[in-house]
Design a binder for this molecule. Structure first.
Ligand code: TXA
Ligand code: MG
Length: 315
């Protein structure tokens, strides 16, 4: 990888090359969304199947109309209130969006990231940026430039270092392409906030594998086995299970030798920020089993519980 300045990153994208870029959620692996060859390169580098659609990153909610066929009232309201921010809207694809971006789908996912460098990059390019998370296929998303280097260091892709991701978990994806909004992926915008903006409860889509291709549990799992437990289940696990494992929980326990303890931030925001870094770190240490306390389901706990459920279902 090559560390580049904002100006050089803009030139790279203009020339049809890829740039790893910071966002408030996780790092993205970006290409000019309007250059189909550049978009195809993303799939090649990630080892990602071509039918897994990408998110299109815009500089402003005002640009939305240029890339979709229609903007239903609920989508307009969500965009107006929550952009820039960790919310992705799925809408009917406008003709300006190449089919390479959407994996052939007639819908497109869009968001305005809340990161000054990402916004400056999109504005400087004068074109939206298509980007999946900047991890290799099958790794957890990168939340720092270091994570991106660990995954893509052997490529000559440009990296725009914007510091650690402030949020640390991916965007919430809301499908507004088929009538009433539904949640396709939990993320940085909480259910409470969505329902507050919409003034109505919002259901989660029933069959995610069909509605959002590429949401397989293994995409959110480290190499180590993850065992996700409610706080009240931890003592029974410790009493009955053979080490080695690392327990990640809010409060330390007396553990048998061979078991390690890692303190988990008790605030969901702190946990979201550190979660993927923690999982990567434990993988790097060669940990085989990670036992993790599931936080309460309100606020960001909603998305964190989802990622832990996916990580523990992966095998
Ligand atoms: O926070 C994020 O969303 C980050 C940053 C970089 O913006 N991006 C990210 O991208 O997490 P990725 O590619 O790892 O996940 C995008 C998800 C995929 O699960 C994909 O299925 C879904 O978005 N998606 C994209 N376009 C879609 C569409 N047209 N319909 C349904 N799901 C879509
Ligand atoms: Mg991803």
């Amino acid at each position: 990888m090559r560390d580049v300045s904002l100006e050089d990153a803009i030139e790279e994208l203009r020339a049809g090359r890829l740039v790893a870029l910071p966002t408030e959620t996780v790092y993205g692996l970006g290409a000019d969304a309007l250059q189909p060859d550049a978009v195809r390169a993303i799939f090649a580098v990630k080892g990602r199947p071509a039918n897994h659609p990408l998110i299109v990153h815009l500089a402003s909610a005002a640009d939305l109309d240029a890339y979709v066929r229609e903007v239903p009232a609920a989508a307009r309201r969500l965009a107006d209130v929550l952009w820039p921010g960790p919310l992705t809207l799925v809408l009917k694809r406008g003709d300006a969006v190449p089919l390479e971006v959407t994996g052939g789908l007639d819908t497109v996912a869009l968001r305005v990231p809340a990161h000054p460098l990402a916004l400056a990059l999109i504005r400087g390019l004068g074109s939206p940026i298509a980007a999946p998370s900047a991890n290799r296929f099958g790794k957890v998303s990168p939340t720092s430039a270091e994570h991106v280097r660990a995954d893509l260091g052997d490529t000559d892709i440009a990296l725009l270092d914007g510091g650690p991701s402030a949020l640390g978990i991916e965007s919430t994806i809301v499908d507004c392409s088929q009538g009433a909004p539904t949640v396709l992926r939990r993320g940085g915008v909480t259910r409470e906030v969505l329902e507050d903006v919409l003034g109505a409860p919002i259901p989660e889509a029933a069959d995610l594998s069909v509605r959002a291709p590429g949401m397989h549990p293994s995409h959110y799992a480290p190499r180590a086995m993850v065992i996700a437990l409610e706080a009240g289940e931890i003592d029974a696990f410790v009493a009955s299970s053979e080490p080695p494992y690392t327990l990640v929980a809010r409060h330390p326990r007396a553990l048998p030798s061979g078991a390690r303890y890692l303190e988990m931030p008790s605030e969901p925001a702190g946990l979201a920020r550190q979660l993927y870094g923690m999982l990567r770190e434990l993988d790097a240490r060669g940990e085989t089993r990670i036992v993790m306390e599931v936080p309460p389901g309100q606020g960001l706990g909603w998305a964190i519980a989802d990622r832990l459920a996916r990580a523990s279902a992966a095998r």
